[in-house]
Design a protein around this ligand. Structure first.
Ligand code: 1GP
Length: 262
């Protein structure tokens, strides 16, 4: 029997989700953007509505209270908490795992291997599970924080075959997940044509995020082939429970057939 790692928990839901025509919903929280009661309420509600895991992080996160935030999140939710690091300082022994991201769409060696070498001994010391993830930045209108901070060019949005070749190379290199990223608050999310080609090309789970604001956005990405969707920014602007519920429910396509998403 495989060890019950956080990655295995996510992967276990992958084939089942595929058969049930649904995707996992990953709630992204940048703790700097919430007051604590709002944050905890969001986590509680998202847990009740069936989120797969909580991602914590952000490109410019400056909080030095990451341990404390994660402890608080875990006090109200049994879900895995996975660090989505914007920089090497975002590590915590309180998390279950960390997305060990390699920015394979870029050619900046620091984001391909440099930061990983710095962070690896610390991750081992903290006994934090690294989840090897290919991170592909996709052009999305204006320059995003990730593009600026990483000093790397995104893949043109009208070149799905370039994205697919990068994703396949990453899978061949042994990466366990592929993440197509338009950037937080992106004007344009990852195009469905690209999601579709990448999902047909690779056999590891595909994560899609950046600029998803409506249940219909989520729905379209899942139909195109996303196995997990990530939403963060939208909930920083809208705190109502019904919106949260509809966003999460939009990952379930069989349910969507019964009610048209807004
Ligand atoms: C950003 O993909 C994530 O890194 C989520 O994007 O914040 O726009 O939902 P949003």
């Amino acid at each position: 029997m495989p060890v019950q790692t956080t990655l295995n928990k996510l992967l276990a839901s992958f084939p089942a989700n595929f058969l049930e025509k649904r995707a996992g919903f990953l709630l992204l929280i940048d703790p700097d953007k919430y007051d604590e009661p709002t944050l905890l309420k969001l986590v509680e509600d998202a847990t009740a509505f069936g989120v797969a895991a909580i991602l914590v992080g952000g490109s410019t996160m400056i909080s030095n209270r990451l341990d404390e935030y994660i402890r608080h999140i875990k006090s109200v939710s049994p879900l895995p908490v996975i660090i989505f690091p914007g920089s090497v300082v975002q590590v915590s022994r309180e998390a279950d795992a960390i997305l060990y991201l390699s920015l394979v769409s870029g050619r900046n060696p620091e984001y391909l291997i440099g930061h990983h070498v710095i962070a690896a001994p610390l991750i081992q010391q903290l006994e934090l599970e690294p989840i090897s993830t290919a991170y592909l930045l996709i052009e999305s209108g204006r320059k995003t924080a990730v593009e600026f901070m990483s000093n790397s060019s995104p893949i043109p949005r009208h070149k799905p075959e370039i994205a697919a070749a990068h994703a396949l190379a990453a899978e061949y290199l042994g990466m366990k997940l592929v993440y197509l990223e338009a950037g937080s608050g992106a004007d344009y999310s990852v195009p469905e044509e690209m999601i579709s080609l990448v999902s047909k090309t690779i056999s590891v789970p595909l994560i899609v995020g950046g600029g998803l604001r409506t249940p219909e956005d989520v729905h379209r990405k899942v139909i195109a082939g996303a196995n997990f969707v990530v939403v963060g920014n939208a909930f920083e602007h809208r705190h109502d429970k019904i919106y949260l519920q509809e966003m999460i429910a939009a990952t379930n396509l069989s349910r969507q057939n019964q009610s048209v998403p807004r």
